[in-house]
Design a protein around this ligand. Structure first.
Ligand code: 5IU
Length: 262
């Protein structure tokens, strides 16, 4: 079964997507499949958090539109930290408009996301024009997108048919789609990377619809098919975010090791 494949053995299947390929190689060499969701409101907190958790993560997921003081300098410093600690930048923008609009949102505007984010999230809802639009704005840069196939929040409208539609859309745009945000093993295609949010140790859901109960890193990897776990408040609200990131990293990577030897 494909789920037993190591990250290294999936490199060939991901060869069409440079960021997926780089991420699989990075996860294997750095021994981490942890993505930290850095949902903080100031550049100072963002950069401090990135520097603290950097040694333990493969991806830093941002929502730069939460920052109250965003400037291009924030991005320059984030890029430096990404190089220093060897992680990739992942802006969770969830693009969801027609192709020509997302091309302008991604390539320009205040955040010029295509300039710095290796990966961005997008909804499949608009049809594959959303992918074509992002591709057009990425230009020659090594960029990719992650399609939101399923959401972790209660009452999400991402039905099974919707998720299947996202998988089909991705399969016809392999040069740009690196994987999916999912809550279950939506595909067994080894070229796509599955990322699962709604993960926390010792915690039930929040009161704003994050799923009724978070799942553990181990359950995310072994029961929900996650290649990468996405952890926000479990790390960012911890007294020692670096120590928390290390704990999440170790638990998630141990679960991955268990999965490939099952
Ligand atoms: N996020 C989800 N669920 C989803 C998707 C994205 O929680 O289905 I798509 C984002 C929201 C937040 C992070 O940035 O992942 C999870 O943060 P917490 O671990 O703090 O709940």
């Amino acid at each position: 079964d494909q789920k037993h494949l190591t990250f290294e053995s999936r490199l060939a299947a991901a060869a069409a997507q440079p960021v997926a390929h780089a991420l699989l190689a990075l996860m294997a060499s750095k021994k981490t499949n942890l993505c930290v969701a850095a949902d903080v409101t100031t550049s100072r907190e963002l950069l401090s958090l990135a520097d603290q958790v950097g040694p333990h993560i493969c991806l830093l997921k941002t929502h730069v539109d939460i920052l109250e003081d965003f400037t291009p300098d924030t991005v320059d410093k984030l890029k430096t930290l990404a190089e220093k600690h060897n992680f990739l930048l992942f802006e969770d923008r969830k693009f969801g408009d027609i192709g020509s609009t997302v091309a302008r949102q991604y390539g320009g505007g205040l955040y010029a996301t295509a300039e710095w984010a290796h990966l961005v999230t997008a909804h499949g809802l608009p049809g594959d024009g959303v992918i074509k639009g992002l591709m057009s704005a990425a230009g020659g840069r090594l960029r990719g997108c992650i399609l939101v196939a399923q959401m972790s929040s209660e009452g999400a409208l991402t039905s099974q048919g919707y998720a299947e539609g996202c998988i089909r859309m991705a399969a016809s745009h392999r040069s740009f789609v690196a994987g999916f945000v999912s809550q279950s093993r939506v595909t067994s295609d080894p070229g796509f990377i599955l990322m699962t949010p709604g993960v926390q140790i010792n915690k039930t859901g929040d009161d704003l619809g994050q799923q009724a109960s978070y799942v553990s890193p181990r359950a995310a990897v072994l029961e929900r098919g996650a290649d990468v776990i996405i952890v926000g408040r479990g790390v960012t609200k911890a007294e020692d975010p670096a120590a928390a990131a290390q704990t999440y990293k170790e638990e998630a990577y141990a679960a991955y090791t268990e999965r490939i030897t099952q």
